[in-house]
Design a protein around this ligand. Structure first.
Ligand code: GEK
Length: 262
């Protein structure tokens, strides 16, 4: 297991100078600095990526599809690629940003694994999903309008085979105002420790707050169960960032149903 994140190290200075307030977009300027931006902004990101490889290795099933929804530059896609232990699996990365997909193609080509990767420049709300064993939404659902989240998770759940999983990583919020305050403060300290100024932190926050809507862990858990997953666990948390595993139970073989009744 290696750090397979894109090698390019362009520093994110997008919000360093005073700028007109406008909503954040995943355009070419963001794609260019994205590896640096996400590492310095998301506590735990550099731990979550290699763990996606570990989880994928555990749950990928032969002859199935694995999906990375909102793949950006392919950090989680590459982790999945190296985790998949079956040569007859297919791996699909989906993102609706041309700029991200264009650069992602480049990083996939640089990688040394030979499992084919299909990249789709599509909306994850419309993309076809079938026969899935592992699907990843690594910090993507938070950008989907809240009223469309259940429909997306239902589509993923319906496409997931028994024993398959969804890895869902999200920024979260807290019902308790004090917890919300403390976790936000710690997140901002994390960003400051990574070299972001107060101006960069506040301008990025203003740009992103209309398009990235965090929810509580309880809201995520309830929705995942409603969507058809059988079990939900939080396997990672750092401040207000979590990663969850939603599991579809394996089919119980009929022969094992009578154990204990004899
Ligand atoms: C990683 N998973 O490095 N359809 C397709 N793509 C979308 C949609 C949508 N409806 N909404 C947002 N995106 C990656 C990081 S970044 C997270 C994911 C972040 C895409 C968007 O274009 C962007 O590339 C990605 O989701 C979110 O592990 O920037 O915090």
């Amino acid at each position: 297991m290696r750090d397979r994140q894109p090698p390019e190290q362009l520093t994110d200075r997008l919000f360093a100078t005073e700028r007109n307030p406008e909503d954040f977009r995943f355009d070419a300027s963001v794609a260019r600095v994205f590896p640096d931006m996400i590492r310095r902004s998301v506590p735990g990101y550099t731990t979550i990526i290699p763990m996606i490889e570990v989880i994928t290795e555990q749950y990928a099933q032969p002859g199935t599809h694995c999906y990375d929804l909102g793949c950006s530059l392919g950090a989680s896609t590459l982790a999945m690629r190296h985790g998949i232990p079956h040569a007859d699996c297919t791996l699909v990365g989906v993102d609706n940003s041309d700029a991200m997909i264009e650069r992602c193609e480049h990083y996939i080509a640089l990688d040394d694994h030979d499992l084919p990767v299909t990249l789709r420049c599509e909306n994850i709300l419309d993309t076809a999903l079938t026969n899935a064993s592992v699907t990843t939404l690594n910090f993507t659902l938070q950008f989907v309008p809240p009223e469309q989240r259940l429909m997306l998770l239902q589509r993923i759940s319906d496409a997931t085979r028994p024993g398959g999983v969804l890895i869902l990583s999200e920024k979260i919020r807290f019902d308790c105002a004090e917890d919300q305050h403390t976790q936000t403060l710690l997140h901002h300290e994390f960003k400051r420790a990574n070299g972001y100024s107060d101006l960069e932190i506040s301008q990025k926050r203003a740009a992103i707050e209309n398009i990235m809507i965090p929810e509580t862990v309880t809201a995520h858990r309830d929705r995942l169960l409603q969507a058809g997953f059988d079990r939900v666990l939080v396997w990672y948390q750092c401040f207000n960032f979590v990663s969850m595993l939603a599991i579809k139970n394996p089919e119980t073989p009929k022969s094992s149903m009578n154990h204990g009744n004899v």
